[in-house]
Each structure stands twice: as structure tokens, then as C-alpha cells.
Design a protein around this ligand. Structure first.
Ligand SMILES: Nc1ncnc2c1ncn2[C@@H]1O[C@H](COP(=O)(O)OP(=O)(O)OP(=O)(O)O)[C@@H](O)[C@H]1O
Length: 571
């Protein structure tokens, strides 16, 4: 973990060295003050040399000015280093999440992921900035102050160091406890985020069912768990700081009493005693720094650990090293004895054989849950098949890069997902480099021009989260426009028009027919009336593909299709 953490410093070596050096020099300069005091009390005061005293004061003033400058550099550039590292980590984590497969997202909560990418990383910047330098300064100040104390009076120095093992034990013990509690605080925060995400994105359902009180109570439970985790962290931190406070004061008191006794016995000059006590203070100062570190370190490391868990989640679908970038495909699709099941589920598809010629339109029908959507989601390789092979233009899709394969396939779903942006941005998502003219042409193909003319801001109209400011039909047309722009040779229409009124459906059907022209098209449909124009109908059942043929052929067979037809249209 530590090695992985330090890898993030490598682009910022110069920044780190500057920050580190300034912090160390500033800490070293702190050691000069007790020396100056001791020297003043023992040498200058007895000889009443005021000019030397003033000179010493001037020297200290210069030292303080230098330290102020160094502290500014540490404050500004050190934090810059921390912020850069935090930003890089978040960026890499986001990139990694983008690479993960559908299987991962099927089992994740959006709010929880959100929390990992934001909340969990807050303290990492602070840890990256303060961690190494503080640790070094603490050790150095300890060693520096202790060496000087040894020189001043070794017996007294040894008495002072007796309590150090207890301090170390306290630090190690509480560091582990605080690390665990910080981890649980992050997971409670993730639960709260997930609950908020769920409830806010489903607010229409919440209100329609009048379940606001239920949501509030469920949230209260999550919120309360977070409160308890925070209280526990707070309790541990207070316990730890009080323990440390007591230990440090006991050490000071011990040094004062024994030092006074040594001075009384003539073993120590008064200047040496004052100097020694000031060094004891400096010797104990790192404890305060450790206290600050104890707040940052467990939180930062617990967040980093959670980030590492996500980094270690490998995408279950990867491009083979020999995978090729495919250019424009013709669109011949072949399923060869394909078997597939979701993780932990029985097989959804077994021994499926299917051939679709380029440019052909086939309709996929079957009972709900038979596996129609699953079959189609295997073509862009959203999931990895368990056995068999899927070929496009004779080439196994596993031998193509996922990016190039997916660039050849267009998916229009019933539940269209639109981004919170303008109509222009949403259409251009089909081809990010599209010109204005291309976007307008695509909108025209999707019969959107009338709708756009009626909008004062036209293409620049903001459509709200998931396109909520649009009607279902408008969302569909926007998705179709996006697909015209993408212009893929293979098209999958997943129940694209089942939620629309007849008039809108006719317009959209027309757009879809235009869209499917000259492309291999797979239409998943429940309502058999919408797929009669398909070249072929394929019936999916639990045993694979049970029937194939034209509408009339399938009716004549009096099999599954005929029964579905009868259920929809009556005898
Ligand atoms: N992401 C998933 N993870 C686990 N199981 C899934 C997942 N998606 C679908 N299933 C299961 O796979 C089976 C086939 O689902 P699929 O959505 O392919 O059926 P379908 O024929 O398209 O159904 P419908 O017509 O109702 O949409 C179902 O039993 C479903 O519960």
C-alpha cells in the first residue's frame, strides 16, 4: 500500500523535494531558540553584555523571518502537491471505473461509487502533503533534541526518554483502531450517498406511492449509523489525545523536578536547566505533530485502501493482446452454439445457433424473461459468453477490440438514457466530432425539426437530468437522432416504441425503419404488431432458439409464436 501510495509522487518529485527541504530546514531552525536562550542566560546576562543580547535578538528575528518564508512555501507548495496527488488519484480511479464491465455495475450502487470517488479521497491530499514530511520531521526533531539533551546532561536525558516506549505504544495502538474506524466511517458515508442517490433518482416513484415518510425513516437509519461511526472516531481521538497530553505533561514534570534537583545539587547551571527544559519541550513537540498526523493518516490510508480495492477490481472483459481494431463491418452476425448465464444464475441461453445476414431485419420475440435482451447484449460483448462463439463478418468478437466493436453497433432502448445537457450535446454523443450540419441532419431524420423549431433555444435547450424535461416520444427521437449520427452497420432496437401512443409510435416506427435501412437490425419486441415487416422472426425460449421464419410460416407451425400471437390478438 505504501509503495503504491508513493508511486503517485513520481510526477511531482521537484515539488516534493522543495516542500520537504523547506519543512526540514524550518524544523531545524526551531532548535536554535533554546540554544540562544541558554547562551544568553549563561554568558550574556552575567557579563551584562546588552549589545550581544540585542544582537542575539536580531539574529533570532532574522531566523524567524526565514522560517516564516519557509512555512509559507511548505503551506502553499505542500498543499499543491497534496491536491495534485488527490486529483491524479481521482482521475485514475474514474478512468479505471470506466473500464469495468457490466457485471461490476450490476452489483454496485451508484451512490456508493460516487462516495468512493469523492469523499474517500478528501484526506489523501492532506496525507500526501503532511505524511512523509511530518514523519521525517518528527523523527529528526526527536533525534536532534535528544542528542542536545544528552550533551547538556545525559542522566536527565535518559530519565526523560523512559516514557517514550509508552508513547510509541499509544501511537501504534490508536493508529490501528483509528484506521479501522475511519474505514467504517467511509462505508457508512457510502451507504448514506447510495440512499440519497436512490431516493432522489426515484423521487417520482417515492411521491407517486406517497412513501416520503418511509424514505425519511430509512435515511434516518443510515444517517444514524454514520453518526455512530463518527462518534466512535471522535471518542477514540479524544481518548488518544488526552492520553498523550497526560504522558507529555508527566514527562515535563519529571524533567522539571529532577532538573531542579540537579541544579540544586550543583550538577547543572540555571542556563542549562532552562535550556534543557526548552529542549524537553521541543522533544515533546513532535507529539503534537503526531496528533495532527493521527487525524489525517488513518483517514487518508483508509480512503486509499478503499481506492485500492476498486483499482484491484479487474474488468472481467479485456481486449486480447492480439485483438484488432475493426473498421466498417458489413454486419453478418453468427451465434455458434452460444451458452450464457449471469453470475450466480442458471444459464439464460443454452446452445444458441443463429445467423443474421448483413442488412437483414430480424425480430426477436419470446416470453418475458426468456433472454431476448440478454442475447442482444452479448453482441457488443457487454457480457462474456460461457461457451460457443459470436462472429461478426466471420470474425470472433473476442478477437476485436471492444471499442471498435461497439463503435459498429447502435443500441436504442425503451428506457433511453440522456445526459443532463443540451439537445445538441445529447445528439452529438453519437459522434463527438459531428458538425452542426450533421447534427441538424440527424435531427431531421429523427423527425425532430418541428419540435426544435418550437423551442426558443432550439438545439441549445437544456433537457434536465436524464432528459426529464422531454416526453417519452421526444426522448426516443433524440436517441434515434443520436443513432443516425453514429451510423453503425448493426442496430439493436430493444422494445424501442412500446411505451408510446399510436401516433407517436407511427412517426418513430417510420424513423426506425429509415434508420434500419441498409443495416443489420435486431428488434426485440413484445408487441407482435410492430414487427411484421421484419425479414424473419426468431423465437427465444429457455431452450434456445425454438422457431425461426416469417410471420405466416410461424403461425402455420402452431408453436410458441402462434401461442404468443393468439394471446395478443385472440384466436
Ligand atoms: N444483469 C443481470 N444480472 C442477473 N440476471 C439478469 C440480468 N439481466 C437479466 N437477468 C435475468 O436473465 C433472464 C433473462 O432476462 P432478459 O432481460 O434477457 O429477458 P427478456 O426476454 O429480454 O425479458 P423482457 O421481455 O421481460 O424484457 C431473466 O431471468 C433475468 O432475471
Amino acid at each position: 500500500m505504501i509503495r503504491r501510495f508513493f508511486a503517485y509522487y513520481s510526477p511531482y518529485k521537484r515539488l516534493f523535494i522543495m516542500d520537504f527541504t523547506c519543512a526540514v530546514v524550518a524544523a531545524l531552525l526551531e532548535l536554535a531558540f533554546p540554544l540562544a536562550v541558554q547562551w544568553m542566560v549563561d554568558t550574556q546576562l552575567p557579563s551584562r553584555s546588552w549589545s550581544m543580547i540585542l544582537l542575539t535578538g536580531l539574529g533570532l528575528l532574522i531566523l524567524y523571518l526565514i522560517t516564516t518564508g519557509l512555512n509559507f512555501i511548505v503551506g502553499y507548495f505542500g498543499h499543491k502537491l497534496g491536491i495534485n496527488i488527490e486529483t491524479d488519484m481521482r482521475q485514475r480511479l474514474f478512468e479505471h471505473v470506466q473500464k469495468l464491465s457490466f457485471r461490476f455495475f450490476d452489483n454496485s450502487k451508484t451512490g456508493s461509487l460516487l462516495s468512493r470517488l469523492t469523499n474517500d479521497l478528501w484526506e489523501i491530499g492532506e496525507l500526501a502533503h503532511h505524511g512523509p514530511e511530518e514523519l521525517f520531521i518528527v523523527l529528526m526533531t526527536f533525534a536532534g533534541a535528544f542528542s542536545i539533551m544528552l550533551i547538556v546532561n545525559w542522566e536527565l536525558a535518559l530519565v526523560t526518554i523512559i516514557a517514550v516506549p509508552i508513547l510509541v505504544w499509544l501511537i501504534v495502538y490508536f493508529s490501528k483502531k483509528l484506521h479501522d474506524v475511519a474505514g467504517s466511517m467511509y462505508s457508512r458515508t457510502a451507504d448514506v450517498s447510495a440512499r440519497i442517490e436512490d431516493s432522489v433518482s426515484g423521487i417520482r416513484v417515492v411521491k407517486a406511492f406517497g412513501n416520503e415518510v418511509y424514505e425519511v425513516e430509512a435515511f434516518r437509519e443510515n444517517n444514524n449509523r454514520l453518526r455512530l461511526a463518527k462518534l466512535r472516531s471522535n471518542f477514540l481521538m479524544s481518548y488518544y489525545s488526552s492520553g498523550m497530553y497526560l504522558m507529555t505533561r508527566l514527562i515535563s514534570l519529571l524533567a522539571l523536578l529532577i532538573g531542579a534537583w540537579f541544579a540544586y545539587a550543583g550538577k547543572l547551571s540555571y542556563g542549562e536547566l532552562i535550556g534543557f527544559l526548552l529542549y524537553v519541550n521541543i522533544f515533546l513537540k513532535p507529539i503534537e505533530r503526531i496528533n495532527a498526523l493521527m487525524d489525517i493518516y488513518p483517514k487518508g490510508m483508509a480512503g486509499f485502501k478503499r481506492a485500492c480495492e476498486l483499482f484491484d477490481t479487474e474488468p472481467d472483459i479485456r481486449d486480447e493482446p492480439s485483438a484488432v481494431d475493426v473498421r466498417r463491418l458489413r454486419g453478418d452476425i453468427e451465434f455458434r452454439n452460444v451458452t450464457f448465464g449471469y453470475e450466480g444464475h442458471t444459464k439464460v441461453l443454452q446452445h444458441v445457433d443463429l445467423q443474421v445476414r448483413a442488412g437483414e431485419t430480424i425480430a426477436i420475440v419470446g416470453r418475458s424473461g426468456a433472454g431476448k435482451s440478454t442475447l442482444c447484449s452479448l453482441i457488443p460483448r457487454f457480457y462474456e459468453i460461457d461457451a460457443g462463439a459470436i462472429l461478426i463478418d466471420g470474425l470472433d468478437i473476442r478477437r476485436m477490440t471492444q471499442r471498435s466493436l461497439r463503435s459498429q453497433i447502435g443500441f436504442v432502448q425503451q428506457d433511453v438514457f440522456l445526459f443532463n445537457g443540451t439537445i445538441r450535446e445529447n445528439i452529438a454523443y453519437g459522434r463527438l466530432v459531428a458538425s452542426e450540419a450533421d447534427i441538424l441532419e440527424a435531427a431531421q431524420h429523427a423527425h425532430l425539426e418541428g419540435f426544435l423549431e418550437a423551442l426558443p433555444e432550439g438545439l441549445d435547450t437544456v433537457i434536465g437530468e436524464r432528459g426529464l424535461k422531454l416526453s417519452g416520444g421526444q426522448r426516443q427521437r433524440l436517441a434515434i437522432a443520436r443513432m443516425f449520427l453514429k451510423n453503425p452497420p448493426i442496430l439493436i432496437l430493444d422494445e424501442a416504441t412500446s411505451a408510446l401512443d399510436t401516433e407517436t409510435e407511427q412517426i418513430i416506427q417510420q424513423s426506425l425503419e429509415e434508420l434500419s435501412y441498409n443495416r443489420t437490425t435486431l428488434i426485440i419486441a413484445h408487441r407482435l404488431a410492430t414487427i411484421r415487416h421484419a425479414d424473419r422472426i426468431v423465437v427465444v425460449t429457455e431452450d434456445g432458439i425454438s422457431e425461426e421464419g416469417s410471420h405466416d410460416e410461424l403461425l402455420a407451425r402452431r408453436g410458441v409464436y402462434a401461442r404468443l400471437h393468439e394471446a395478443q390478438f385472440g384466436g
